[in-house]
Design a protein around this ligand. Structure first.
Ligand SMILES: *Cc1c(COP(=O)(O)O)cnc(C)c1O
Length: 400
């Protein structure tokens, strides 16, 4: 068939949402409903047996000795910072290309976020940029690492495993050792992701933070999150801080917060965790299906498909392409029934609330170009091959 004949036939109009959680629930309802009814009958809602069971299962899944269920991924980050004593006078190195909560919690803990640019391929914080900051901007004074520009103590590093792929932890952990930085992994998007040494997201540093927000690969029926650690003392500290720092109850050596996980969420998550590996396999099949379809459609000169760092287990929370004329493409796809989203349109160093940090346009060029070009396409496990073909066909039509 000629190119011309092909393009005159109107394509069948499919609807491809960015995410459809209803299909997944249909396969789970018969298992989840009786459990939730049981919780309703027992009226024990907070930190009960389902939370304990889920914490044990999730710790094992993440290759961690301890897991502490909390109220959200954001609260997991805040609790991690609090339990490590990161606060006023401290600075925490992180990426400007991430969800707001990463830097938002650093500021809420009383510390100052310091941004380092990302790697253009992985979208994760670039160890070379971190190294340059540490060697060029910092010096040791009285045994403490001080940012010469601000006079503050650079005490921690918070890499994000963005879109479901681990940051380059080998290099980052080496820098952290060299400069005495505490490390918190923001693994909110990356449960089950591994690096090339088969180390699991959330297991490689002092504390890993997971989110079970409904759009994450393991999604609750509401808000939920988790802190993971290999350190028994830190685990105990987080358990105490999770309930306002009271231990025993009503006796406070520490000031914590209400970071509790509830039984309904834990029960749902326990059921879903058993399916997570099969859902991840489906996401990986979908990613491979996109890559093949982009090649068949001759789109690789136009768009840039996401890459997997060799040896890594990418869990594809998001399938993010780089696209020229991104905003017009997004609009066109929307008109064609295809959902897409921009993660994230405004780099954190350009957010109004962080103007006080003193960053300007052009400070992080790799991040800024990513913010202009990234577009997340549907990747959820239940997506059909025809739907992927349709999405790719519509992208080809746009660049046509
Ligand atoms: C989702 C997310 C969070 C916050 O998790 P919530 O459960 O929504 O509070 C933090 N960091 C990153 C990178 C995220 O994607």
């Amino acid at each position: 068939m000629s190119q011309h004949a092909k393009s005159t036939a109107p394509p069948p109009h499919l609807t491809v949402p960015l995410l459809d959680l209803r299909r997944q629930y249909q396969t789970l309802a018969t298992e989840i409903v009786p459990i939730v009814e049981n919780i309703f009958a027992n009226q024990q809602f907070i930190l009960g047996r389902y939370v304990l069971e889920f914490e044990q299962a999730a710790a094992a899944y993440c290759n961690c000795a301890h897991a502490i269920g909390v109220s959200s991924g954001t609260d997991a980050l805040l609790l991690a910072l609090m339990s490590l004593g990161v606060g006023a006078g401290d600075e925490v190195i992180t990426t400007p290309h991430t969800f707001f909560a990463t830097a938002g919690t650093i500021a809420r803990a009383g510390a100052r976020p310091v941004f380092c640019d990302i790697d253009a391929r992985s979208f994760n914080i670039d160890p070379a940029a971190v190294r340059e900051f540490l060697y060029r901007q910092c010096e040791r004074r009285a045994g403490k690492l001080i940012n010469r520009g601000t006079g503050a103590h650079v005490s921690a590093l918070m890499p994000v495993h963005l879109y479901g792929q681990c940051a380059d932890m080998g290099q980052l952990l080496e820098l952290a050792r060299e400069f005495d930085l505490k490390v918190i992994e923001d693994a909110a998007q990356a449960i089950g992701a591994d690096d090339a040494d088969a180390r699991r997201a959330g297991s490689m540093s002092e504390i890993g933070c997971l989110s079970f927000f409904p759009t994450k690969n393991l999604g609750a029926f509401g808000d939920a999150g988790m802190c993971t650690t290999q350190d028994a003392e830190l685990a105990e500290r987080m358990r105490v801080l999770r309930v306002h720092g009271g231990k025993p109850k009503y006796y406070h050596a520490l000031i914590g917060g209400n970071f509790r996980l509830d039984e309904i969420q834990a029960a749902v998550l326990g059921v879903k965790l058993r399916r997570l590996d099969s859902w991840t396999a489906a996401r990986q099949r979908n990613a491979a299906c996109y890559a093949a379809a982009f090649t068949r459609a001759g789109l690789n000169g136009q768009i840039q498909a996401p890459t997997v760092t060799p040896g890594y287990r990418h869990t594809w929370n998001q399938y993010v392409i780089r696209a020229p004329r991104r905003d017009a493409l997004k609009q066109f796809l929307g008109e064609q029934g295809v959902g897409s989203e921009i993660y994230y349109p405004v780099p954190l160093h350009r957010q109004q609330c962080f103007a006080y940090l003193g960053y300007g346009d052009g400070d992080f060029p790799v991040t800024e170009s990513a913010a202009r070009e990234v577009l997340a396409l549907p990747i959820f496990p239940e997506l059909e091959p025809e739907q992927i073909q349709y999405v790719v066909g519509r992208i080809a039509a746009f660049y046509g």
